[in-house]
Design a protein around this ligand. Structure first.
Ligand SMILES: [Zn+2]
Length: 118
């Protein structure tokens, strides 16, 4: 379910982010983001990741991996972009068929690949 909730979004995300996915919700910063199919697909990939990780394990893994990468790089944005789950979402957000062909735990193949996509 997609909701637009600017005040909530403002308090739980970093400045500049347009969406956050907290299963089962995709929370958008503004109404115009509803039309951005790439953004919505990116968040739908996170919904799929969250489901296969039984939701709570997704958040534990996400935060732990982020902190490890932050300790190594000391750069928050680079750490975010290098997260395996983010790299899968960014790599496939433009593919309209991706969610139909995606394998379970597809994000895990990014764990062994160094560096961020961007
Ligand atoms: Zn993401």
């Amino acid at each position: 379910m997609i909701v637009v909730w600017p005040k909530f979004h403002k308090y739980i995300t970093f400045p500049g982010t347009r969406a956050i996915t907290l299963w089962p919700l995709i929370i958008l910063r503004d109404e115009s983001s509803r039309q951005d199919q790439i953004l919505i697909r990116h968040e739908q990939i996170h919904l799929r990741q969250q489901l296969e990780m039984l939701i709570i394990l997704f958040y534990l893994w996400y935060v732990t991996e982020f902190l490890i990468r932050l300790l190594r790089s000391r750069h928050a944005h680079a750490s975010y972009l290098s997260l395996a789950m983010e790299r899968e979402a960014y790599d496939h957000e433009a593919d309209p068929d991706y969610l139909q062909t995606r394998r379970l735990y597809a994000w895990s193949r990014y764990l062994m690949q160094p560096g961020a996509r961007r």
